[in-house]
Design a binder for this molecule. Structure first.
Ligand code: APR
Length: 253
């Protein structure tokens, strides 16, 4: 039964030395940000080429018009939901030690998590495609597209990973380290289809780590590496899981 599996997950987490969470677009769905894949996903409405680095280099204005619409207009009102908050609370109570997210929406930061590896970068900064100077995103900077670097005049792009770009070296190195350090990987709301991110939980499993997964439907991981599958929304599963973690903490003083 699901109830028993949630309880089991809480017990595993409470007795673990180190826990890593690995999140994807599904955790932000209940904040009003649609995931990428699936019938209502972003890629059913927009061309994924928008986020292809070669396409961006060929025609930055065209890419930027869609990027601004998706990431800086539509979703700017989104706020962290109970699943983001539960992860921050787990960290505050020493039950979560690292959070690797594929999301670029900044909601984990806003929820109060601090030990975050942003594996695909973040939408809250822009980076110069030539001199790599970083800029915080402001309304003004996005007024005229494509935004230019004030230092060297080259085009700025969001400081997140486009298709065809490598993962930031430091993020990849730290995430790989977690596949060996953490006893438990808590995977939330990802299909496990985008590489190299998708290989991280597989690598953790190969190192003998236990995998707890939350998703509304089975993912690529579920039948392959997941030890405990909690089928449900991120908000409902994380709220219940965290409630039980608190109860166990009270029980054990
Ligand atoms: N609660 C839990 N899981 C959910 C919810 C929800 N409320 N809603 C959707 N999901 C699950 C879906 O079942 C799916 O497995 O979240 C997953 C979302 O999958 P994707 O859209 O593929 O998102 P993600 O796995 O994060 O994509 C990885 O792809 O386009 C790139 O760079 C982008 O970081 C992104 C990467």
């Amino acid at each position: 039964m699901l109830e028993d599996r949630i309880q089991q997950a809480a017990e595993i987490i409470c007795s673990a030395k180190r826990v890593t969470a690995f999140t994807g677009a599904g955790i932000s769905a209940e904040s009003g940000i649609p995931p990428f894949r699936g019938p209502d996903g972003l890629w059913s409405r927009y061309d994924p080429e928008t986020l292809d680095i070669q396409h961006f280099q060929r025609d930055p204005l065209k890419s930027w018009i869609t990027i601004r619409e998706i990431f800086y207009e539509k979703f700017k009102a989104a706020s962290p939901n109970a699943a983001h908050l539960a992860l921050a609370d787990m960290e505050a109570h020493d039950h979560l030690h690292c959070l690797i997210t594929q999301n670029i929406d900044n909601l984990h930061h806003r929820a109060g998590s601090s030990n975050i590896i942003e594996y695909h970068g973040s939408s809250r900064r822009l980076i110069c495609t030539y001199c790599e100077r970083l800029y915080p995103v402001t309304l003004e900077i996005l007024e005229y597209l494509p935004p230019p670097c004030t230092e060297c005049g080259h085009v700025l792009k969001p400081d997140f990973v486009f298709f065809g770009e490598p993962i930031p070296f430091q993020a990849h190195r730290e995430a790989l380290l977690e596949t060996q350090r953490s006893d438990i990987w808590l995977i939330i709301g990802t299909t496990g289809e985008v590489y190299p991110a998708a290989t991280l939980p597989v690598e953790a499993k190969a190192h003998g780590k236990r995998i707890i997964e939350i998703n509304i439907s089975p993912s690529n991981y579920t039948s392959q590496i997941t030890d405990l599958f909690l089928q449900g929304t991120a908000v409902s599963m994380m709220s219940e899981l965290n409630k039980r973690i608190h109860k166990l903490d009270q029980l054990h003083g």
